[in-house]
Design a protein around this ligand. Structure first.
Ligand code: C2E
Ligand code: CA
Ligand code: CA
Length: 810
């Protein structure tokens, strides 16, 4: 509210022109300005008006100065001198001097026209205007002017933007009230006074000032002290807004902090390299990793100072190569720290393609992932039970050795070692014992080989060996025997001593191939062949074996369908009382007539049936057919005749053997005592109580048990006591040698007499000649079976020929 608006203003006195001078008074409390008629008339104002009416006729360039001078004087007392130019009223264009004295909020004094100084002052004003005009235009440089009392006399647009105060709000206000945070105010006033009074310049610097809304604003502030047209000191501040820089810096700082945090969690450190100065800056992680306490700066050698000299040289060489390469590079480095090998991945990039000498990068600690990888590698390449490498590693080493062998022209031997009947160990003593035994084998095998040879575990009970640099097959032969001799000594399992035998198959490169997998397979084929020959043998691979192993696979596939295809049949071979030639019974022998392979001998397909598990259904079928034949015989009144069926060892591993046999006997309603089951010695060997229980179970059904091929296995007569055996069948190998080999005679005699003592029946197999029959009789052998008495024939033919019955074909 102004006086004029209240209608209190007095009329404007008339001005007579010319020089003028008069008194004035300013009451700051009421904001009221009074002047005498001369002054009021010259300014075109009433004698009493508001201060802003007075300011309105003053040159805008002076307005702030006048206002700050008046208000400042009213507030703090003291004298006042101001020169300014009038731009309104009748005396517009005149320069005047305002001087006064302040007392108790009232300032009063005189206003005098300065006619002599007009021109000089105008030219100064021009210069000042141009100078201010220049600053008005700069949008980014905030310029403020302050008078001796630090009242704002100039405030450009950039200052408005920077501090939030509009120009009209700022003019006349005190510097410290506007933009100085309260705690800093004293620090601003003191140097300003020192400058104004004692000419001590305020140095430029970064300050944190305050905006209108109270928020802090960082500026770079430089100051100049100018004297105005009449020598008054005026301070101009030129402030550059640092907010963006600060923010950028903060962001940079934060980025760096984040990077640091990231570095810590990701095991990454960063570095910077200047190739020109040869100086390196590295983060704290890198410093720590390389044995320094923290991050730092210096030469590469400084950073690597704590590394072992040899490692350091390696690093320097690797990093030197990096220097030669301008692009992005990844490099793996390692060093030993205590007893742990530490691995790093170095990534380097040029900062700027134009400046290839400057590089930045990271160093990543990849020790843990490396270790994990090597653990995985171990799992993939090593067998957990024996600690030996596995087939995968064998294949890799084999490939390397083959490449080397080719260059050096040396032979390379691949061996496959199979433990004979190892399955029985697991079954009899348990898996843990089996594993312990495998480890013991592994150790022995490793002990037998040269350092450059390799032993691996190929599969369950198979080991592989790789022997390089072999001069000849003869050398390999010696080695093979040495390997098999590994098993001459028994293994101890707890209190038990266990004798193991192994078979060995060998393939030799380059003769048998150059491909790792092919060589391994050849060795395994040879192993198979060796096993077929009996325990403890070795075999070199022959190309025919491949044919054989291919045939094996085909045979198994065909055999699978043989049962349904009715390709199987039973032939029957008579057994006679040697003394009289009287028919005592017969043996049922399996025949396979394959449309593809013709008549396949049982010696060939029974082992395949055992290996493939097909022996179970086939064995069941043999049993059923045998009982059918017995039923037919008994129906025809030949109840005294026995029929022997062969049981494979593997059938003892299946379930319900006893139940199956019982069911067949019942189904055919035959007299159980007419059925004989033939088992080989191996069934009695190496077995736990289970087999014994089964044999007793079968015996309890009322049938009889025969030991087939007696004398070829490991059986001692003593254990025959432990099993419910009724019949011993002397193997035809001994019968063949009778009369030619004294040992054979002695053996047959021993068996016969022992059998008598044990009340066992003896049947001699393979009797082909009358001499053999006579000798057997002389040696107290009771029964005979062989071509002399009849070849195996289809069961209906047997019925017709020997029994005079027309039994249905089986
Ligand atoms: P094995 O149980 O020892 O059967 C006797 C073998 O000797 C039969 O061979 C028979 O034909 C043959 N043989 C009989 N008399 C003479 C002779 O005077 N001189 C000669 N040189 N050989 C004679 P086969 O039929 O080839 O059977 C071979 C083997 O196949 C059998 O030997 C037996 O171990 C197995 N086998 C045959 N049938 C079956 C069966 O149904 N189940 C099982 N698990 N194995 C069977
Ligand atoms: Ca037999
Ligand atoms: Ca036999």
């Amino acid at each position: 509210m102004t006086l004029s608006s209240l209608g209190l203003a007095s009329p404007v006195p008339e001005w007579r022109g010319g020089g003028f001078a008069g008194a004035w008074r300013f009451d700051s409390g009421r904001g009221e300005w009074t002047a005498d008629a001369d002054v009021a008339g010259a300014m075109g104002l009433p004698t009493r008006c508001a201060l802003r009416d007075v300011l309105a006729v003053i040159d805008p360039a002076d307005r702030a100065r006048v206002r700050s001078a008046l208000e400042g004087a009213a507030l703090s007392g003291g004298r006042l001198h101001r020169r300014f130019k009038l731009v309104g009223g009748p005396a517009a264009g005149s320069w005047v001097r305002l001087s006064g004295l302040s007392e108790g909020g009232i300032v009063s004094g005189a206003l005098i026209d300065l006619p002599g100084e007009g021109q000089r002052m105008d030219s100064w004003r021009d210069a000042e205007q141009r100078f201010r005009h220049a600053f008005d235009q700069t949008p980014t440089t905030a310029v403020q002017g302050y008078d001796r009392q630090r009242r704002v006399i100039y405030w450009n647009a950039a200052s408005e933007a920077l501090y939030g105060w509009r120009r009209d709000e700022a003019l006349g206000r005190l510097l410290e009230e506007l933009i100085i945070p309260p705690p800093m105010r004293a620090e601003v006033i003191r140097p300003h006074t020192a400058w104004v009074e004692h000419d001590q310049a305020i140095p430029a610097g970064e300050l944190e000032l305050q905006r209108k809304d109270g928020s802090p604003v960082p500026v770079f502030s430089s100051h100049v002290l100018l004297r105005n047209g009449w020598g008054e000191p005026e301070m101009y501040c030129i402030d550059v807004d640092l907010r963006e820089q600060r923010q950028a810096m903060n962001e940079g700082l934060q980025r760096e902090q984040r990077l640091q945090l990231l570095s810590q969690v990701s095991h990454a450190g960063w570095w910077e390299w200047d190739g020109v100065s040869q100086r390196l800056r590295w983060s704290s992680e890198i410093g720590r990793w390389l044995g320094l306490t923290a991050g730092g700066e210096g030469s590469l050698r400084t950073l690597l100072a704590r590394l072992e000299p040899s490692t350091r040289e390696q690093w320097l060489t690797s990093l030197g190569r990096l220097h030669a390469n301008g692009g992005a590079v990844d490099l793996e480095l390692h060093h030993r720290q205590g007893d742990r090998e530490r691995h790093y991945l170095l990534h380097a990039e040029p900062v700027d393609p134009e400046l290839p000498t400057r590089r930045v990068g990271t160093l990543l600690d990849i020790t843990e992932s490396k270790e994990a990888a090597s653990r995985i590698d171990r799992l993939a390449h090593f067998d957990a039970t024996t600690g030996l490498p596995n087939r995968v590693l064998m294949r890799e080493r084999l490939a390397e050795a083959l490449a080397r062998g080719q260059r050096e022209g040396a032979k390379l031997v691949v061996g496959a070692i199979g433990l004979d009947q190892f399955r029985l160990v697991n079954e009899s003593f348990g898996m843990a014992a089996g594993d312990a035994l495998l480890s013991a084998c592994a150790q022995r095998l490793e002990g037998r080989l040269r350092a450059q040879d390799l032993v691996v575990r190929l599969s369950g009970d198979q080991f592989g060996v790789l022997m390089a640099g072999m001069a000849s097959e003869a050398e390999a032969e010696t080695l093979a025997q040495k390997l098999l001799a590994t098993f001459d000594q028994p293994f101890t399992l707890g209190e038990q001593e266990i004798f193991l035998t192994a078979s060995l198959g060998l393939a030799v490169s380059p003769d048998d191939g150059h491909e790792p997998e092919a060589l391994l397979q050849h060795a395994e084929t040879a192993l198979h062949r060796a096993k077929e020959q009996g325990r403890g043998h070795h075999q070199f691979f022959r190309s025919e074996m491949n044919q054989r192993s291919l045939e094996r696979v085909q045979l198994i596939n065909r055999l699978r369908r043989a049962l349904e295809g009715q390709e199987l049949s039973l032939h029957v071979q008579p057994q006679v009382l040697l003394s009289s030639g009287q028919l005592k019974g017969a043996e049922a022998l399996l025949r396979w007539q394959s449309p593809q392979f013709g008549a396949v001998p049982p010696d060939r397909f029974i082992p395949l049936a055992e290996d493939s598990g097909l022996i179970e259904p086939i064995g069941d079928w043999v049993l059923a057919r045998s009982c059918d034949i017995l039923r037919d015989w008994q129906a025809a009144g030949h109840s005294q005749l026995t029929l022997s069926a062969n049981l494979s060892a593997r059938q003892f591993r299946g379930r319900h053997l006893v139940d199956k046999v019982a069911a067949e006997i019942e189904r055919c309603a035959i007299s159980p005592s007419s059925l004989v089951l033939e088992v080989t010695e191996s069934v009695l060997l190496d077995r736990d109580g289970r087999t014994r229980d089964l044999l007793f179970g079968l015996k309890d059904l009322g049938l009889r048990l025969a030991i087939d091929d007696f004398g070829t296995g490991y059986s001692s007569l003593s254990y025959l006591r432990r099993f419910p055996v009724d019949i011993l069948k002397i193997d035809r190998a001994f019968v063949r040698d009778l009369g030619q080999d004294a040992d054979a005679d002695a053996l047959v005699r021993a068996i016969a007499s022992m059998a008598q003592a044990l009340k066992l029946t003896v049947v001699a197999e393979g009797v082909e000649t009358a001499e053999q029959a006579a000798l057997l009789k002389a040696l107290d052998c009771e029964f005979g079976q062989g071509w002399l008495f009849g070849r195996p024939v289809p069961s209906h033919e047997f019925g017709q020929r020997f029994l005079g019955v027309d039994a249905p074909a089986s």
